[in-house]
Design a protein around this ligand. Structure first.
Ligand code: BGC
Length: 738
């Protein structure tokens, strides 16, 4: 009894002591994040603040151990959670619990033209990241598709700022519901891999604001992204990771971003600029972000010892570190120290289903025409009609989740196209490789001996002679000089002797279905001779099932191209102005095509694309009625509604992406013929019809006026184009802005 009384007495004294028993504000999750940030900051030493601003390992930063504030753990991104990497080298940690679900690469997600797909994708990958105890997922990437040679296009969302802006937002929102920060990348203008670490991009304000920034702006203002990754390249003379223009003026100034700016790995180059221009977290310094190591320690980082010294000597203001530390703390409270976050889940059936659904909705049917009376459109492929289905091509069996650079994945499951087709068509399927590309490597490629090339080709041609149909599964892969980080493609043509192989096959068998697996457009010299072509992207864990489902017709294709396929490289804008425009002179690069990127160039310059932006066929047909507009004139501040009736006139259910483009008929500055300003994906049963509505506001009519440094819409006539692709326009209507 006496003992109990003493305990009660001691407790009472403890509670009465000021500050002792009360939870500090920064630990109290009933308080606002801003109050917690302020409180934590007020308790920290200068050294502790600086420690928040640079890496402590390849993929983590320190917390504040003394105060119990946890570290931040990051992982690539963007289409699966990368396996664990060693503390201080690029080597893999060889854990046995980190084999993830591979989701389709982001070109495929963009090709769904369906924001609901972005949402389920973001939710699933966010859950995987959370389960793996990651605080920051390094993705998604929204650099614009400028040239088909860019080795990283497969990680991005295509050539149109409106499409990418619309698709990036749900991904971010759903990832972040898991208490995991998305880290949208690479901000900005990392539109090529060649010389990515130093090339200096010069471009107009118009191109910057109209083409290259909108998806980042949407990520910040609509997606509410908590972190953003600076890019490797320079912009107007300054490295993007500490660019005053990009970070201070635009991101943090104009857009009001309250999160943290993280470097790309090795993207920082100067302490003063990093301190003053808004870089918050420095990662991977003195390495190339992929393979090279360094003798320097984390204390040698630009935002470590050197920054501390400058702060102490008064060479940079203390306000810079308070701002950086506050942003990192905010990120920590939102993620690693978020006590309300869920637990996540990993490689669940639901995640595989998401992966397959996105893959099926993103596959694009490029062509499905009869070649002659004898050779009808071959898709969907009815197995009952055939005895021997010959599958040719290395991509039918190659593991395409491997390679590519930092987005490489170690997966628990990857169903190859061949396995998918075997499951669908059974022992009618015969496989031969046809060509070979060598091992997955980042800075080198295997040279395949001519004798091997010849014999693989000869065997495939022999097999094709008596096949009822040939399914060719080729394209690019994730090797150096293909769809792979740290290098661009060296040619627009298909690599590894595939064109010779395809021509050889077509000579003996004209019934060919082509399945191209790539994250980029490729040249198709044989396009007229092939009846059916599918663009199948890097589809992840369920690749083979998704491809087989679309080929067989179990799934009706509904993907649309998120970028144009030029006939030849010279038809692409970036390749029309000589080397200074791409890839630059090794120091500088000028974006001379300006705002005319992708279909904006093809349309305006009347250079037909091989397959246009927004193109994608279905196994059914859709008819469009006449567009109706609510008013023929609008004033600023008003809005108009455009409606159009769309009907499924075929025999099977299908999905269509109804696209709305707007063209400014007369303007004091050059404008593209038309620009995407709305799209809706609809599902219709056979015979079913629906009215699709779009609302147009003055914002949809604006361009960025360089001289006035603002977005303006000029009064006059505008044309609305509604169609099934950027070139398959089904109805036009005009209105004027007063
Ligand atoms: C890439 C980034 C990636 C980082 C970390 C860099 O090489 O450019 O996209 O997130 O490495 O792996």
């Amino acid at each position: 009894m006496k003992k109990q009384l003493i305990t009660v007495f001691v407790m009472a004294i403890l509670f009465a002591l000021p500050g002792k028993a009360q939870k500090p504000v920064y630990l109290d999750d009933t308080k606002s994040i801003e109050d917690r940030v302020k409180d934590a900051l007020s308790r920290m030493t200068l050294e502790e603040k600086v420690k928040l601003c640079h890496a402590q390992s390849k993929f983590s930063t320190s917390g504040v151990p003394r105060l119990g504030i946890p570290e931040l753990w990051m992982s690539d991104g963007p289409h699966g959670v990368r396996e664990e990497i060693l503390w201080n080298s690029w080597g893999v940690a060889s854990w046995t619990n980190d084999s993830c679900t591979a989701f389709p690469a982001l070109t495929c997600l963009a090709a769904t033209w369906n924001p609901n797909m972005s949402a389920i994708y973001g939710k699933a990958i966010g859950e995987e990241a959370r389960y793996r105890k990651k605080d920051v997922l390094l993705g998604p990437g929204v650099n614009m598709y400028r040239t088909p040679l860019n080795g990283r296009n497969f990680e991005y969302m295509g050539e149109d700022p409106f499409l990418a802006s619309t698709m990036v937002v749900p991904y971010i929102q759903e990832v972040q519901k898991n208490g995991v920060s998305a880290c949208v990348k690479h901000y900005a203008l990392n539109n090529q891999e060649i010389w990515r670490g130093h090339i200096n991009v010069e471009l107009s304000d118009r191109a910057l604001y109209e083409i290259y920034l909108p998806a980042f702006k949407a990520a910040v203002q609509k997606g509410g992204v908590w972190s953003i990754m600076g890019s490797y390249n320079k912009v107007r003379g300054q490295h993007a990771c500490h660019s005053e223009l990009l970070l201070q003026n635009i991101l943090k100034g104009q857009w009001g971003f309250d999160g943290a700016v993280i470097t790309d790995w090795g993207g920082a180059h100067d302490t003063r600029e990093a301190a003053l221009n808004g870089l918050d977290i420095e990662m991977g310094s003195f390495t190339n972000g992929l393979t090279s190591e360094s003798v320097f320690t984390y204390d040698d980082y630009y935002l470590a010892k050197a920054y501390l010294k400058m702060l102490k000597e008064g060479k940079v203001p203390m306000s810079t570190i308070d701002d950086k530390a506050s942003r990192v703390l905010r990120l920590i409270f939102r993620t690693s120290m978020n006590s309300k976050k869920p637990w996540g889940s990993f490689t669940s059936e639901e995640h595989y289903k998401v992966s397959r659904t996105v893959a099926e909705e993103g596959i694009v049917l490029l062509k499905n025409d009869p070649l002659s009376k004898k050779i009808p459109a071959l898709l969907p492929l009815d197995g009952a009609k055939y005895h021997k289905i010959l599958v040719v091509g290395e991509n039918a069996t190659r593991r395409l989740t491997e390679g590519g650079g930092s987005s490489v994945l170690k997966v628990k499951k990857e169903v190859s196209p061949l396995v998918g087709l075997l499951a669908k068509y059974g022992d009618k399927v015969v496989y031969t490789k046809g060509y070979e590309s060598g091992r997955v490597m980042y800075e080198n490629i295997d040279k395949i001996p001519a004798s091997v090339v010849d014999s693989l080709r000869a065997e495939a041609i022999k097999q094709a002679m008596d096949a009822d149909v040939v399914i060719y599964i080729g394209g690019l892969n994730k090797n150096h000089l293909q769809d792979c980080e740290a290098g661009d493609r060296d040619s627009y043509a298909l690599p590894f002797g595939q064109n010779e192989l395809i021509n050889g096959l077509l000579k003996v068998n004209k019934k060919m279905v082509m399945v191209l697996i790539s994250g980029n457009a490729v040249e198709m010299p044989w396009v007229k001779d092939v009846s059916s072509i599918l663009q199948a992207w890097y589809l992840g864990s369920e690749s083979g099932n998704a491809i087989a489902n679309v080929l067989s017709g179990e799934v009706n294709p509904s993907g649309k191209l998120p970028f144009s396929f030029p006939v030849k490289l010279k038809d692409n804008a970036a390749h029309s102005f000589g080397e200074i425009c791409y890839p630059g002179d090794s120091i500088n690069e000028e974006y001379k095509e300006d705002i005319l990127v992708g279909y904006r160039w093809h349309d305006t310059k009347k250079i037909p694309a091989l397959f246009s932006f927004g193109h994608g066929l279905s196994y059914t047909n859709f008819s469009y009625g006449k567009a109706i507009i609510s008013d023929k004139a609008m004033a600023e501040g008003d809005s108009l509604v455009v409606t159009i009736l769309v009907k499924n006139t075929g025999k099977i259910a299908g999905k269509e992406v109804v696209q709305l483009y707007i063209g400014d008929e007369k303007c004091t500055l050059v404008r593209p013929l038309k620009e995407l300003k709305g799209f809706k994906k609809i599902a219709l049963q056979p015979g079913e019809e629906t009215v699709v509505n779009f609302t147009i506001t003055a914002d949809d009519l604006k361009f960025y006026n360089d001289q006035a440094s603002k977005w303006i819409a000029e009064a006059g006539k505008f044309k609305v184009y509604i169609g099934s692709s950027s070139t398959d326009i089904r109805s036009k209507i005009e209105f004027s802005l007063q």
